[in-house]
Design a protein around this ligand. Structure first.
Ligand SMILES: [Zn+2]
Length: 93
């Protein structure tokens, strides 16, 4: 960070990422002025959001696919059983 007033290289005096964005604070030792620089989204925030998205996705998948069923020796047993039942007891209207 270069001081806009005198062109000297400013010293970084502080860095705060607690808000979810990295804010760096610079001090020009010549002029004694402080400047804040927004350095973008903090890494922990990126990771945090990614993890939340991941968990949300996983929860959504769990909700739609329900519990994963164990491999059945009769892959279509549920359908065929239903078909067999409806054949045995036809629905009357
Ligand atoms: Zn300066």
């Amino acid at each position: 960070m270069i001081c806009t007033k005198c062109g000297a290289l400013m010293d970084q005096t502080d860095k705060d990422s607690s808000s979810g964005r990295v804010i760096r604070e610079y001090l020009c030792r010549n002029c004694g002025i402080y400047r804040l620089e927004d350095d973008g989204v903090a890494l922990w925030k990126v990771l945090h959001d990614a993890r939340e998205e991941d968990e949300a996705e996983r929860a959504a998948q769990a909700a739609t696919t329900a519990a994963p069923e164990p491999a059945s020796p009769f892959p279509n047993s549920r359908t065929s059983l239903l078909q067999r039942l409806t054949r045995l007891f036809p629905l009357r209207k």
